[in-house]
Design a protein around this ligand. Structure first.
Ligand code: 3H9
Length: 653
């Protein structure tokens, strides 16, 4: 082995048997920042000129190959050489270049690998062009080279969805040439040696396999339907679909599209979301605080929510002990959890070995004392203060002195629940969203006395459950349901003021919500919110504006889709405007002598947004939410706010 050659602060190389092994070391994710591009171009020039060098291996230091272009450079003046320049130089080199993918090769990282003459990956590598998730398209040849390598339909699906493929899938698709368990660099060196003196396989010179037009239409139709309202996926579909034209033309179009999208509001919103997600787990006061070790989680209440939490916990590698009221209920809960795991098995999300280990780590009981081994117990029982306090008192007697207790309450005060124990500092809220094994959002509730390491444990467990944790203080409904209440209230004011449910829903769907508010209500059922309103009626301030329309609907037996009608009628299963609902709304308006007026889509959108923002500002002022971007994450991941608008606080501008 030779000495290390330094090409730039982030790119070094060693020479082994005449092969230059170039390593990119640009923590945290080896992004192709200006210094990396500079180092790579110097390494390429050196390899081309130096007669003793017969070829190159390019790899990454640490657990990532290259995480993509440096997103932090977006919006700043371009620094030469650009990534497309470096990539073109790699492909054009007269000596073989092999990519040794030691970890994630994403975005510009995969584009760079695509230009190499051979690709080898370790099984841990993940490959993808996730640019559309940042509101852009690949800008360094991805939309033109990938179809040449794997065909237009497969490339279109990967690029326009932004989906990441594991190394095994990448091998079967033909993105990589080899997958090796060990000695990645040794195997890559051998590959270079074999390529020396042979005609090099340049991806951009490959002929594109002709695609079946019917298949292509099916793939693009599906992708475009999913991308409703967003530009980047549609542009990705267009660029890949037209990739059979001359390469130079395709690359120029791709680059121009990339630059236009990069400077768009949509891309700025999605970048905001990207950084917000990484920021969310940085919590003031937790610097240097270690979480407690957790390996066994108890879950109380094995209904829909508890079962979902159990599946998430099993997926995170935890041992799970479920508790329910009777042996029969525990058995039923156990079966429900197994049923969910079986669904994961059938859909391919879980393989047989994973299914077997997860079921082996699951047990269910009706005896409180069986929770004694738990490091963390999460309750997901009926959302009633007395029920929860009684449970916490019982748990107080059986769980270990250092175990943590979490409540999954949506609306109750967790401080009151914590006070039922002798150690409120070990209590926090973990507010999951239903279905808990699917929804990414997890509100981590910092109660009045929650100890820092207990909060840190909540965050660490959330990460292992592959959730997106957002810390919230104690307030009725926490961050999400408080903003949702303001949003719902505003929609009801709009009803009284003159808009109809289908007009409000159309405006929300046009804005990017997957479903309008009233359609969501009908799907979820109206009775739970009705019961809550009835409970709260006595405490309501009579001077506050209260809209009775939802109550009137419920009184008329319109409880949503389950009862066949709610805010809409459902002839043939499809939602339709119902004159009976319009009549109820009109009656409510005339009772208050409100003269209705028409609302444009834009006005409805602006009023709904303003209501969310005002409540968000209040949450910030009260210190319930630490930052505006946390509020955005909650609304995007829990309530269907369109990510490409960046969340309400970002969208207000
Ligand atoms: C692109 O490539 C465009 C090209 O087509 C065209 C160019 C011409 N840049 O996620 P983590 C930071 S667009 C800058 O927690 P993990 C991140 O903010 C790019 N910074 O780590 C965080 O910083 P901090 C396409 C980046 O191990 C830290 O790294 N690529 C970038 O869980 C750790 O991040 C993508 O979209 C970046 N590209 O996951 C991939 N990436 O510590 C985006 C991350 O200050 N990245 N950071 O909070 C990822 O998906 C994940 O970061 C990755 C690692 C899987 C790589």
């Amino acid at each position: 082995m030779s000495d290390v050659t330094t090409f730039s602060a982030t790119v070094t190389a060693t020479t082994r048997n005449g092969i230059l092994v170039v390593t990119i070391d640009n923590p945290p994710v080896n992004a192709t920042s200006a210094d990396v591009r500079l180092g790579l171009s110097r390494a390429l020039a050196h390899a081309e000129l130096e007669a003793t060098i017969s070829g190159l291996v390019i790899t990454g230091a640490g657990k990532t190959f290259i995480g993509g272009a440096d997103i932090k450079e977006f919006g700043k003046p371009a620094i030469e050489p650009t990534l497309p320049d470096v990539i073109e130089r790699i492909e054009a080199l007269s000596k073989p270049v092999v990519a040794a993918l030691n970890g994630a090769a994403l975005g510009g990282g995969l584009e760079l690998a695509l230009a190499c003459h051979y690709r080898i990956a370790s099984p841990a590598a993940q490959l993808g062009l996730p640019e559309v998730k940042l509101g852009i398209v690949p800008g360094a040849g991805g939309t033109q080279r990938l179809p040449r390598l794997i065909g237009i339909p497969a490339a279109m699906e990967l690029i326009a969805s932004g989906r990441i493929a594991r190394a095994g899938e990448a091998l079967s698709l033909g993105i990589i040439d080899e997958m090796v368990e060990t000695d990645l660099i040794e195997v890559a060196i051998t590959a270079v040696q074999k390529l020396v003196g042979t005609p090099l396989r340049r991806t951009s010179e490959l002929a594109i396999a002709s695609a079946d037009p019917a298949e292509l239409e099916k793939v693009s139709g599906k992708l475009l339907a999913k991308a409703r309202g967003q530009n980047a996926p549609a542009e990705a579909v267009r660029l890949v679909a037209s990739s059979h034209r001359p390469l130079g033309e395709g690359l120029a179009d791709e680059r121009a599209t990339f630059l236009t999208l990069r400077d768009s509001r949509e891309a700025a919103a999605l970048r905001h979301v990207f950084f917000a997600e990484r920021e969310a787990s940085k919590v003031a006061g937790l610097e240097g605080v270690d979480p407690r070790p957790v390996s066994t989680i108890g879950i109380c209440g094995l209904g829909l929510m508890g079962s979902g939490i159990a599946v998430a916990a099993l997926g995170g590698g935890y041992t799970v002990i479920g508790l329910d009221q009777t042996p029969e209920a525990a058995e039923k809960g156990h079966e429900r959890i197994i049923g969910l795991l079986e669904r994961n098995l059938a859909s391919g999300r879980l393989d047989q070995a994973g299914f077997d280990t997860q079921t082996a780590r699951l047990s269910a009981t009706a005896t409180d004392a069986d929770l004694a081994p738990c490091d963390l117990v999460i309750e997901a029982v009926f959302d009633d203060l007395d029920v929860k306090i009684d449970l916490f008192r019982r748990l107080n007697k059986v769980i270990r002195q250092d175990a943590i207790l979490a409540t999954n309450t949506s609306y109750l005060n967790p401080d009151e629940i914590a006070s039922a124990t002798t150690y409120p500092e070990r209590v926090l809220g973990l507010h999951f969203f239903s279905p808990a094994h699917v929804m990414r959002l997890l509100e981590v509730v910092r109660c009045r006395e929650t100890a820092p390491d207990v909060l840190a444990t909540g965050l660490a467990v959330a990460k292992r459950l592959r959730k997106l944790p957002v810390v919230t203080g104690v307030t009725e409904g926490f961050i999400g349901n408080r903003i949702f209440s303001a949003y719902r209230r505003e929609a009801e004011f709009l009803l009284e003021d003159g808009a109809l449910p289908h007009e409000i829903d159309a405006a929300l769907e046009d804005y990017g919500f997957p479903m309008g508010l009233f359609a969501v209500y009908d799907m979820a059922g109206l009775e739970i919110a009705w019961a809550r309103r009835k409970r709260q009626a006595a405490a309501r301030d009579p001077s506050e504006r209260y809209v009775e329309i939802a109550d009137k609907l419920c009184e008329a037996g319109r409880l949503g889709q389950k009862s066949g009608r709610g805010w809409y009628a459902y002839p043939d299963g499809k939602r339709a405007v119902d004159p009976e609902v319009t009549a109820i709304i009109e009656a409510a308006r005339s009772k208050k002598s409100i003269k209705p007026r028409a609302f444009s889509k834009d006005e409805i959108q602006q009023r709904m947004l303003a209501a969310m923002v005002a409540e968000g500002e209040a949450l910030l002022a009260e210190g319930i939410a630490a930052r505006a971007s946390d509020i955005d994450l909650v609304m995007i991941n829990g309530y269907g706010f369109p990510a490409h608008k960046g969340g309400p606080m970002f969208a207000k501008g």
